[in-house]
Design a protein around this ligand. Structure first.
Ligand SMILES: NC(=O)c1ccc[n+]([C@@H]2O[C@H](COP(=O)([O-])OP(=O)(O)OC[C@H]3O[C@@H](n4cnc5c(N)ncnc54)[C@H](O)[C@@H]3O)[C@@H](O)[C@H]2O)c1
Length: 249
């Protein structure tokens, strides 16, 4: 199925070798966008998008100022302009605070929060030139709740929510929207090991009123909404894409 909801748009999607990022890059391309798909080396990025002429693959880490500069300049070199940035690349770490290492905490913040800030900062001058600039940051329901061992992950994801609201406030006058997504339990590379255990998958599926785990395409459709003209008057918003998992206390 193809459409034209992103006709003539240039997009960057990070973490695009797998899961939500991969599905988003595909969906964007099928809706007419040209996409710079970014992921680390050796994660199967080229394989994930082989044969898709609308997707250009760029193997690079999102980490640090150098990462942000490399990614934005590659998009500009490739396409000449930029309309949509999807900060999606992320990692999960798990350790009780008492036993957590600072190195793991810093690494989680680096990829899951600082990279969103740095890539957004680097993209802003180009988004200002777009008639429909869009920033979409992938947070998590863990921006609002927590679980054992998730101090670093939750700190980063709550940070993404605050960062995105501020971006929305600062960039609205340039016609740029900034929103964040709160996925629930989604079957991806990140959750593969947990959900491979049927009893774990079943517990998480049952938490949703819809009685199933989310699939990457479920989340990609929300990202498309915010990236397209359909989402033109939505900014500073956190969109739960969680199958209702957060409804019950
Ligand atoms: N799967 C879930 O249940 C779930 C729930 C809430 C939020 N999320 C968020 O969704 C986003 C996408 O994750 P996913 O579930 O699709 O997992 P995934 O592991 O399938 O995909 C994440 C991708 O990010 C890439 N990545 C990691 N570090 C990177 C770096 N330094 N530079 C570039 N790319 C890097 C990985 O290689 C991987 O391809 C993440 O931000 C994650 O925190 C996922």
């Amino acid at each position: 199925m193809t459409g034209d909801r992103l006709a003539n748009r240039i997009a960057i999607v990070t973490g695009a070798a797998s899961g939500i990022g991969r599905a988003t890059a595909h969906l964007f391309a099928s809706e007419g966008a040209q996409v710079l798909a970014v992921d680390l080396a050796d994660q199967g990025l080229a394989n994930a998008h082989r044969g898709n002429g609308a997707i250009c693959c760029f193997e690079h880490s999102v980490s640090g100022e150098q990462g942000a500069e490399a990614i934005i300049s590659r998009a500009i070199r490739e396409f000449g302009r930029l309309d949509i940035v999807v900060n999606n690349a992320g990692i999960s770490t798990n350790a009780l605070v008492e036993f957590a290492t600072l190195a793991d905490f810093d690494r989680t913040i680096d990829i899951n929060l600082r990279a969103h800030f740095l890539i957004a900062r680097q993209a802003i001058p180009y988004l200002k030139q777009s008639p429909a600039g869009r920033l979409i940051n992938v947070a998590s329901v863990m921006a609002e709740v927590t679980d054992y061992g998730l101090s670093a992950y939750c700190s980063a994801k709550a940070g993404v929510a605050g960062l995105t609201r501020t971006l929305a406030l600062e960039l609205g006058k340039f016609g740029i929207t900034a929103n964040y997504i709160l996925p629930g339990a989604i079957s991806t590379g990140m959750t593969q090991a947990s959900f491979a255990r049927a009893e774990v998958a079943e517990i998480w599926a049952k938490k949703s009123p819809l009685r199933r785990l989310g699939q990457p395409i479920d989340v990609a459709r929300g990202i498309l909404f915010l990236a397209s003209d359909d989402g033109a008057f939505v900014t500073g918003h956190g969109l739960n894409m969680d199958g209702g998992i957060m409804l019950r206390a």
